[in-house]
Design a protein around this ligand. Sequence first.
Ligand SMILES: NC(=O)c1ccc[n+]([C@@H]2O[C@H](COP(=O)([O-])OP(=O)(O)OC[C@H]3O[C@@H](n4cnc5c(N)ncnc54)[C@H](OP(=O)(O)O)[C@@H]3O)[C@@H](O)[C@H]2O)c1
Length: 257
Amino acid sequence: MRLGIIGYGNMGSSFAKALKDKAHVLVYDISEEKRRKALEEGFGVAKEIEFLLEGSDWLFLAVKPKEVPKVLSFIREGLKDKILISTVAGLSLKRLEELSNTKRLIRIMPNINALVGRAVIAYAFGEGVSEEEKKTFLSLFSSCGSLFELDEPMFDSFTALAGSGPAFVFKFIHALALAGVKEGFPYETAKAIAIHTVLGSCELLKELGGHPEEWIVKVASPGGTTIEGIKVLEEKGFAGIIMECIRQTSEKAKRLS
Ligand SMILES: NC(=O)c1ccc[n+]([C@@H]2O[C@H](COP(=O)([O-])OP(=O)(O)OC[C@H]3O[C@@H](n4cnc5c(N)ncnc54)[C@H](OP(=O)(O)O)[C@@H]3O)[C@@H](O)[C@H]2O)c1
């Protein structure tokens, strides 16, 4: 499989690195500096987008939304039987089909955790993708993180939950770290404690399973310390705040797409 990546920014470079053992990756970016970076990082680089098109079986579109019409106007004639994967936020399969003149499309929505090969990725197939190609996609992209097939109307909610999600998790970690500072730890120590607490709790839930509430009950012993903190979260409406946060983010994603 020869995979041509268009745009070597955050997403393009992360996926190039995550996929390099499974595909022969070729890169094109409009910026000479980015092309040089891709070369230094061990990838084949096309100087012109036409060369990328010739040298690729599948294409991966990772440019900002405003660049998409221009890029697709260059390549639409050459797409023929290639598969086009788009990571462009808010760009529906229908709109992509109009711009590219092909139904051989896969829409994905990853999050920034792609930078460390731990993305959460939503995907939807266009009508022209065969069963065999769907399997190839799943096998390729499973090395980039966790995959969730979604109906397109759910993409905006997914964008809020998983796309913006890391920002909310970072906010929580920072809040824990600040609380640690208030207790007398230096910030860096408090941050490290917070990161490892979140990381370990996620690993525990993932490995041992069960409902989060069951684990809360295991941590919060009767009349103990943890229940005092849980009471504060309940009184301040923690779950309601998070639900409203995701709702507002999802509404905004809907308005933009
Ligand atoms: N970042 C995220 O967390 C995230 C999450 C989900 C989806 N996405 C989507 O992923 C796409 C890429 O985002 P990103 O954060 O990776 O953006 P980025 O870091 O700005 O990368 C885009 C790259 O494409 C290059 N480029 C611009 N015009 C081009 C053209 N005509 N042909 C080839 N390359 C061109 C840019 O070069 P210059 O820098 O010179 O302009 C830049 O290197 C976006 O559509 C975004 O909606 C991003």
